[in-house]
Design a protein around this ligand. Sequence first.
Ligand SMILES: CC(=O)SCCNC(=O)CCNC(=O)[C@H](O)C(C)(C)COP(=O)(O)OP(=O)(O)OC[C@H]1O[C@@H](n2cnc3c(N)ncnc32)[C@H](O)[C@@H]1OP(=O)(O)O
Ligand SMILES: N[C@@H](CCO)C(=O)O
Length: 351
Amino acid sequence: MSLQSFTYTGTFELENGSKIKDLQIGYNTYGSINKNRDNVVWVCHALTANSDVFDWWKGFFGANDHFNPEEHFVICANILGSPYGTVSPLSINPSTGQPYYLAFPEFTIRDIVKAHKLLADHLEIAHIEILLGGSLGGQQALEWSIIEPQRIKNLILIATNARHSPWGIAFNESQRLAITADRTFYTNAPDGGSKGLKAARSIALLSYRSYKTYDITQQEDDHALTDNFKASSYQSYQGQKLVNRYNAYSYWYLTKAMDSHNVGRGRGGVDKALSLVKARTLVIGIKSDVLFPVEEQQYLFRHIPKSAFAELDSFYGHDGFLIETQDLTNIVTSFFKTDVKGKIIELQKTA
Ligand SMILES: CC(=O)SCCNC(=O)CCNC(=O)[C@H](O)C(C)(C)COP(=O)(O)OP(=O)(O)OC[C@H]1O[C@@H](n2cnc3c(N)ncnc32)[C@H](O)[C@@H]1OP(=O)(O)O
Ligand SMILES: N[C@@H](CCO)C(=O)O
C-alpha cells in the first residue's frame, strides 16, 4: 500500500526533555492482519531508507519472496528525523510556522522507538510476530525488544550492535565534520550543506563497502592510468546520488541518534539490558562488515537469552544486508524451521 500517515496529537516528549507537537509518522503496510493477529512483521529501516520496504528490500520482501503480503502483514514506518513522511528538520515547526532545520531537537534511538510504539498502538498491534532490522534498523529493533519484551515474539537483528562503537561514532563525526565544513549548512535552506553531504556519503561508503568490494568493482584495466580513476568517480557519483534524494539536516541528526545507541544506558549496563530480551532472536553478521564487525553480533548472540547466530559471507561489506537477499532468505527460513536455542546456523551458500 502507498504511504500512509498518522499524526499523534499529544505532545511527544524526547529522552532529552524536548517536545515535538503534532508528530506526523509516515508508514507503509502490505497484506492484512489475519484472524489470530499473529502475522505481523515490523521492519525498522536503516539510515537513509524509507518506509517502502518492498521497494528497497526486494528479494526478501515481495509478492514471491520470503516476506510476502499473502502470508504476512508487513509494517514499516519512516523513522523520526527522516524526510520520507515523518517529522524531520525540513518539516514545519508548528510553534514558528517555519521549517525546523537546526532548531530540530536532538533525539535518540529510544525516541525513534517511542514513535514506532505510538504507531503500533494506533494500528492496534498488540503483538509483533517478527520484528527485524539491519544496521540503524537493528538498533531500533533491539531497543524495542528491551522496552517492550512482551510485544515482540521473534527478533531478527542484522549487522547491528548493542552500543554504537567508538569506531562507528568516529565515522559519523567525520561525516558531520564534512557537512559542517560546508557553511551553507548554517543557512537553514532545503539544500543547505549539500556539498558537505556529498562528502559525508563518500566517507560513509568506505564503511559500507570493503577493500574487496572496491578491488572487484572499481579495478582499472588500464595500467597506464595516473588520474580519473573509476574509484574516484564512484565516490563522487554515490555522494551526489544521496544529495539528489536526501538532505544534510536529517543526515546530521540521524547520525547523532546512531551515536546515542546504548541499550545499557540507565539499565545497569549492556549485558543486563540484553538479558531482558524475551523474543526468540536470530542475529546475523556479515563477514566483511568493517562498520559493525561480526564480533558485535557474536556479543549479542552470547548475551540475548534465546538466540541463534548466523554469518553471511558477502564481499559487499556492511551494505551486504541490503543486497544478499537470497542468503538472508535461506538463513531466516532455517531459523523458523529449527529449535535454535544457542545454535550456530551454518549458512548454505546458494549456487
Ligand atoms: C527514495 C529512495 O530512493 S530511498 C530508498 C533507496 N535507498 C535505500 O533504501 C537505502 C539503502 N540502499 C542503499 O544504500 C543502496 O541502494 C544499496 C547499498 C542497496 C545498493 O547501492 P548501489 O549504489 O545501488 O550499488 P553500487 O554500490 O553497486 O553502485 C551502483 C551505482 O554506482 C554507479 N557506479 C558504479 N561504478 C561507478 C563509477 N566508477 N563511477 C560512477 N558511477 C559508478 C552505477 O552506475 C550505479 O548507478 P545507479 O545507482 O544510478 O544505477
Ligand atoms: N546504506 C544504508 C546505511 C547503512 O546501513 C543506508 O543508506 O540507509
